[in-house]
Design a protein around this ligand. Structure first.
Ligand SMILES: Nc1ncnc2c1ncn2[C@@H]1O[C@H](COP(=O)(O)OP(=O)(O)OP(=O)(O)O)[C@@H](O)[C@H]1O
Ligand SMILES: [Mg+2]
Length: 325
């Protein structure tokens, strides 16, 4: 459904020298700085997949989604979405995809959402019956019927995002690009947006490429992730494999010794041990297979007030991946 080949986008920005004379010099000799927001990115996504698109700030995610939506042109390389070249901005392509930017509003602020929806119905030429059916389904799934007649600027952030999603889906696109659809939302709204996306993707087999800085979104929604860093693709594959990148899934055992008998310089024989000086807790990273052995090691060394065993947070796995580049 989405085929991206060596997609590259270089931004050229004018670099102004500081101060007045710098500005004057700039009149005669312009200096440009080049940023490669995307460098030779290649991937392909099948119909109905829901893929997470990850990377730190400035990695090139939004730039890539904008190229796939035809909002900006690639400097080189090609993109094909459902056989279309997004850069050509053909009408048939516009009907086929939607882009939701969590940081931007597409709805009219001073109108109730329903008015924007009606306008979109005309823009896309959606037949009345289909419009009503789609709208009802979306409104019920997102539970916003009571808010349809409220001015968009009076809606909460979560309600507004739900309306943005409805607006994006009214014409039943086959491909959905979501750029941080849960940004700034509280935990409950994030959850309901996530639940909606999962259900909608399953039911309608829409292909979704989703960026989010909230790992909960990625963990709950995406089996596959593409990770980019400084414009380069550094990982493409199963989320589970990313979490196990070094072969064995790791766990973190955190414990607080009870009393002062526990040796302060204790180190586990099976895993990397650190001590948090502030809390006095020991933190041991161990391969899953060694969890039992390490727990026994700890408990036979001395009394323990508190112990927890957790998966390594996905955030940590990913930042280690970035650091390794
Ligand atoms: N219009 C532009 N002109 C110049 N440089 C730009 C432009 N748009 C983006 N960039 C640069 O391209 C790089 C990638 O930006 P992009 O917005 O794609 O990152 P991102 O992965 O979406 O980051 P974030 O997680 O912060 O949203 C950044 O270095 C950014 O400064
Ligand atoms: Mg972005």
């Amino acid at each position: 459904m989405i085929e991206v080949q060596n997609l590259t986008r270089i931004f050229r920005t004018y670099k102004k020298q500081p101060g007045f004379w710098g500005g004057v010099r700039g009149l005669f000799k312009r200096e440009f700085e080049e940023t490669a927001a995307a460098k030779n990115i290649t991937f392909s996504i099948g119909e109905g997949e829901l893929v997470g698109f990850l990377g730190p700030n400035g990695a090139g995610k939004t730039t890539t989604l904008k190229m796939l939506s035809g909002l900006i042109y690639p400097t080189s390389g090609t993109a094909r979405v459902a056989g279309y070249d997004p850069g050509k901005r053909e009408n048939a392509y516009r009907r086929l995809f939607a882009l939701v930017l969590g940081q931007k509003n597409q709805l009219w602020w001073d109108l109730p959402a329903i008015e924007s929806f009606l306008l979109l119905r005309h823009i896309y030429g959606i037949p009345a019956a289909q419009y009503q059916e789609t709208l009802d389904e979306l409104v019920d799934l997102l539970d916003v019927r009571a808010k349809l007649n409220v001015m968009v600027r009076e809606l909460s952030l979560g309600e507004r995002m739900k309306m943005e999603l409805i607006a994006a889906l009214l014409h039943r696109p086959r491909v959905l690009f979501l750029d941080e659809p849960t940004i700034g939302l509280d935990v409950i709204s994030q959850k309901s947006v996530r639940r909606f996306l999962r259900e909608y993707n399953r039911k309608h087999k829409v292909t979704i490429l989703l960026t989010s800085h909230y790992m909960a979104d990625i963990k709950e929604l995406c089996d596959r992730v593409i990770v980019i860093h400084k414009g380069l693709k550094i990982y493409d594959g199963a989320l589970a494999r990313l979490e196990n990148a070094d072969g064995s899934r790791k766990k973190i055992i955190t414990f607080l010794p009870a009393g002062g008998t526990f040796p302060e310089t204790w180190q586990s024989r099976h895993g990397e041990t650190k001590r948090d000086v502030e809390t006095g807790k020991f933190i041991v990273r161990v391969p899953s297979d060694n969890v039992v052995a390490v727990s026994q090691e700890i408990l036979t060394t001395g009394p323990v007030a508190d112990i927890t065993i957790e998966d390594i947070p996905l955030e940590d796995v990913i930042s280690e991946l970035f650091a390794a580049q």
